[in-house]
Design a protein around this ligand. Structure first.
Ligand code: RBV
Length: 429
């Protein structure tokens, strides 16, 4: 059975009390802007749907995520949490969470690979009945190293595009042995979090990190999925000239029809001022591109993993490397050009020193879906076999309705005649 001696954050900080106070302050601010989780939390407090359950989570441990964690704990669960990226954790929030009697938090900022996985194992040692992932690291570690726990796991939920992509690959191989909801794929998540959240927070993080303007810049957005669309749209809104690179013909065409320049990365490399990768794939910006870039360019990644920009190749090319600013590494090439990499090529909206992740409002939506997915998985576990599952549409609608009510937005509903019309095939001309 699993055994872990990795300590929770409270045992790793010098001044835990101060950290907890500051973490709680950040959480209070976030909570004020999360009406969906507030609503769901009240329901969970009354119904205690998670009594006796153990929920394991690997997510970006900051204030908004902390509100989700508390919401699940307030529903009666024992929750064990760690980070899903070594640079996105806020230690103070981690400490505030760890103070909750039903929560153990292992997340710590700046951990190396070994500590990162030790913390994941510490979470798994709680022998979860439910997993909540952002990037699928928990599912992977459980299947690879602790398969004996799978029988006790009712199911899981996955937050992000990359995690869902990995899960589907695992499912196609017949290797996924418990059910997992693809939270990312719901309209309430990806039309808001991926588009507006990634767009706003990536651009804001880059601007804050560099103190440079978007206006008049050539901004190269690699990938025109939901995240790329958001980044492109917001960059255009900041008066940048947006160039899109794509490998999928319909998306390339979509970007073209949206009015962006579309070209291969090999050409974009020559003219770009800022490069932002959002593909979820590896080796998007590589040596041949570095060779052509102008002096002073900014390179950043908004995809889940730090594999989109080939930093090893850049390091090999460079004759010098230094920290130009907090969160900016300048790689100086032999001919004197400096290529500036932000946040070590890790997802820039969470990993740059000033980053705060997506805006609170969109995370309220994504985490609202997460919370009702955990409820659904436990309430109706018989309905979900091992594999990736779409989130039932009613759950997604439930979250949209809570949000609309909180915003005071009223909307129409179908009349009986309209409903009949939409459900029939025999009304012609
Ligand atoms: N994300 N989380 C935050 N907690 O501040 N910001 C973004 C936060 C999630 C987002 O839902 C995305 O799918 C994922 O991070 C990528 O790792």
């Amino acid at each position: 059975m699993t055994d872990s001696s990795y300590p929770p954050i409270s045992e790793q900080l010098d001044d835990v009390d101060d950290a907890r106070t500051e973490g709680r302050r950040k959480m209070d601010w976030a909570a004020q802007h999360m009406p969906i989780l507030e609503h769901v939390r009240e329901e969970f407090l009354a119904d205690q749907p998670f009594e006796g359950e153990r929920i394991a989570m690997a997510m970006h441990v900051e204030a908004k995520t902390a509100i989700l964690v508390e919401t699940l704990a307030d529903g009666g669960a024992e929750v064990a949490v760690t980070g899903c990226n070594p640079l996105s954790t806020h230690d103070d929030v981690s400490a505030a969470l760890d103070a909750h009697e039903n929560i153990t938090c292992y997340a710590k900022r700046g951990v190396d690979d070994e500590e990162y996985y030790a913390a994941i194992e510490a979470v798994i040692a709680h022998e979860p009945t439910v997993t909540v992932d952002d990037g699928m690291d928990l599912v992977a570690a459980i299947h690879e190293d602790y398969p004996e726990l799978i029988d006790g796991i009712v199911g899981g939920a996955e937050e992000t595009t990359t995690g869902v992509h990995r899960l589907r690959a695992m499912d196609d191989d017949g290797a996924l042995e418990y059910p997992v909801f693809a939270v990312n794929d719901t309209p309430m998540k990806r039309l808001f979090d991926n588009v507006h959240g990634t767009g706003e927070s990536s651009l804001a993080s880059i601007a804050m990190t560099t103190n440079l303007s978007w206006a008049g810049k050539n901004v190269v957005v690699a990938g025109y999925g939901y995240c790329g669309k958001g980044v492109a749209k917001k960059a255009a809104g900041q008066n940048a000239n947006v160039i899109v690179t794509e490998v999928e013909p319909r998306r390339a065409l979509e970007a073209h029809m949206e009015g962006y320049e579309v070209m291969p990365m090999a050409e974009a490399a020559e003219v770009g001022d800022v490069f932002l990768t959002t593909t979820g794939n590896r080796d998007v910006i590589v040596e041949e591109h570095f060779e052509k870039m102008q002096d002073g360019v900014l390179l950043a990644n908004a995809g889940h993993f730090d594999i989109e920009i080939d930093l090893e190749a850049l390091d090999d090319l460079a004759v010098d490397r230094y920290e130009a600013r907090d969160g900016v590494d300048a790689y100086e090439l032999e001919d004197g050009r400096r290529l500036n990499v932000i946040a070590e090529g890790r997802l820039v909206n969470l990993a740059a020193p000033v980053s705060l992740g997506h805006p609170v409002e969109v995370m309220d939506q994504s985490f609202g879906v997460q919370a009702v997915c955990v409820r659904e998985m436990l309430e109706n576990s018989d309905e979900y076999d091992a594999g990736v599952h779409d989130v039932p549409d009613e759950l997604d609608e439930e979250i949209a309705e809570i949000k609309l009510e909180a915003e005071g937005v009223e909307y129409d509903s179908l009349s009986a005649t309209q409903r009949e019309y939409m459900g029939s095939w025999d009304h012609g001309t």
